[in-house]
Design a protein around this ligand. Structure first.
Ligand code: NAP
Length: 278
């Protein structure tokens, strides 16, 4: 199973499909990540706030997989944007992960009411220059936040990791990304199981047409849209299922039918809005 790589705007490459560990309980994380590595994942998405970086690090260490074959992302939490806090935060994350650098470090949320996301972005630029992370990006940044940090620094994030699934496609941000050479990472790619995505007609029809599961059809849609994706599961059979999406292709009509599932008024959002997280 070879997962295709995407080349980011800084020249680094990232496996387009990985494993996200949000809500994987800390005590279960080493087991879950070990299984993910066993079935073939090489890209892991964690965050300081998930509380499970140590489990990710333990699984990496036990795996024996060469460091340069792994792509590890973690994130700066909201209460650590100010002053030199980002320096301390990444040092703590690296210690928990048992790594000398991460591959991608993200500002987790813009926390606009605190008005300190530009400072956080400037600190990430310095962390990349110091070699503590290979690539830098943001998460949950709206177009206005992206415009502000790029105008001030001239550095376009490698990625913006945003809630994105068929009912909530955030086209203002994906259009901005396409025009500025930034990649989109879809979080909650399966809608976090919070609506009947798998029973929706365009998804069910595409799955049936290709002899695949609805989850596989949705993941295929993300990949064909060019998004980077890292579905979460704690079950080995679903880890395998979610990785087994490179032997079929949705037709343009099937992609268009899933594109049409977003009602366009923001009502498909299943989690927090960036303006509400401070
Ligand atoms: N930057 C951010 O603010 C942010 C926010 C949220 C998430 N994320 C990242 O994005 C990753 C993925 O998003 P997410 O975990 O929120 O949601 P998700 O991947 O859309 O959905 C996960 C849910 O789907 C279930 N599931 C997984 N594979 C399945 C399959 N093949 N068939 C049926 N159900 C399946 C899982 O259950 P089981 O575990 O029981 O299988 C879990 O309940 C996270 O782990 C995290 O790395 C980032």
């Amino acid at each position: 199973m070879t997962v295709p790589s995407v080349t980011l705007n800084d020249g680094n490459t990232i496996p387009q499909l990985g494993y996200g560990v949000f809500r994987v309980p800390p005590a279960d994380t080493e087991r879950a990540v070990t299984e993910a590595l066993e079935v073939g994942y090489r890209h892991i998405d964690t965050a300081a706030i998930y509380g499970n970086e140590e489990g990710v690090g333990a699984a990496i260490a036990a795996s024996g997989i060469p460091r340069d074959e792994l792509f590890i992302t973690t994130k700066l939490w909201n209460d650590r944007h100010d002053g030199d806090e980002p320096d301390a935060a990444i040092a703590e994350s690296l210690a928990r992960l048992g790594l000398e650098h991460v591959d991608l470090y993200l500002v987790h949320w813009p926390t606009p009411a605190r008005d300190n996301y530009l400072h956080a972005w400037e600190k990430l630029i310095a962390l990349r220059e110091a070699g503590l992370t290979r690539s830098i990006g943001v998460s949950n940044h709206l177009v206005e936040h992206l415009e502000k940090i790029v105008a001030a620094t001239g550095v376009v994030p490698a990625v913006d990791q945003i809630e994105l699934h068929p009912a909530y496609q955030q086209r203002d941000i994906t259009d901005w990304a396409a025009s500025r050479g930034m990649h989109i990472e879809s979080w909650g790619p399966l809608g976090q199981g919070k609506y009947d995505l798998f029973g929706a007609e365009p998804v069910a029809a595409a799955a049936a047409a290709h002899g695949k599961t609805p989850a596989q059809a949705v993941l295929r849609w993300h990949l064909q849209k060019g998004f980077i994706v890292f579905p979460k599961s704690v079950r080995r059979e679903r880890l395998q299922e979610n990785l087994d999406v490179f032997d079929f292709e949705l037709t343009p009509e099937e992609v268009a039918a899933i594109d049409a599932m977003d009602p366009g008024d923001g009502s498909g959002r299943v989690s927090a809005h960036p303006d509400e997280v401070n």
